[in-house]
Design a protein around this ligand. Structure first.
Ligand code: HEC
Length: 195
């Protein structure tokens, strides 16, 4: 009748040992924002114990999107990488996995919302109302002095990136425009710029 007691005691000791071993290193991965739009810049980060570990990360978006992020050291116990979702990313769940030497690995999920197909006719109105003050574009009849888009002839991917994330003096329109309006204006600009 004593055997079960001894067995339980042994299991408890083993469980404690395993717990102690597990707390010597830990990685907690995170993706911000946890809900992103196609074309949006996200940040993959992790808290790492012990600090100083060298870490790598992979991001797998919904569909075939996959990226290996460069190795980095978690100098102060944190490590982070920026990554921009492709403009044509599909809707669904993505996974970011962070692996750090001697500390272990951790995964974080994030949701992606695809951009709808853009309508260039609707995009022209979005452009005149939101973009023309800064940009010259002959087709829209705008003469903003920031960047001449007829000269630059940006591709759809560039237009999505700038409108979603902003850059330098250009603000992000992620919350000011709907995903449909973003797709419309990003489709419109390349169809007319420089023509
Ligand atoms: C407040 C002024 C401002 C507004 C408003 C603005 N932009 Fe911009 N835009 C800029 C500036 C400045 C840059 C250059 C950013 C850089 O590279 O530092 C830029 C860059 C761009 C580029 C990249 C050009 C290239 O090929 O390098 C595109 C495309 C663009 N804007 C489209 C738009 C669209 C579409 C809108 C409206 C939804 C818009 N912009 C609204 C100031 C503005």
């Amino acid at each position: 009748m004593r055997t079960p007691g001894v067995l339980l005691a042994t299991l408890a000791v083993l469980a404690l040992a395993a717990g102690a071993a597990a707390t010597t290193g830990a990685v907690r991965a995170r993706v911000a924002p946890s809900k992103a739009l196609a074309g949006e810049r996200i940040t993959v980060s992790a808290r790492v114990v012990p600090p100083g570990a060298r870490c790598t990360a992979t991001v797998a978006g919904p569909g075939a999107t996959r990226a290996r992020l460069p190795g980095k050291r978690a100098t102060k116990g944190t490590v982070s990488w920026p990554w921009t979702l492709p403009a044509n990313a599909e809707s669904g769940l993505g996974t970011a996995a962070v692996t750090c030497a001697k500390a272990g690995s951790s995964e974080a999920r994030f949701a992606v919302r695809a951009l709808p197909a853009g309508d260039p006719v609707a995009g022209k109105t979005v452009f005149v109302l939101n973009c023309g003050g800064c940009h010259t574009l002959a087709d829209a009849g705008t003469t903003g002095t920031s960047v001449d888009l007829d000269e630059k002839k940006p591709a759809y991917e560039t237009a999505v990136d700038r409108v979603v994330n902003g850059k330098g003096l250009m603000p992000s329109f992620k919350t000011r425009l709907t995903p449909q309006q973003i797709a419309d204006v990003a489709t419109y600009v390349p169809t007319v710029a420089g023509k």
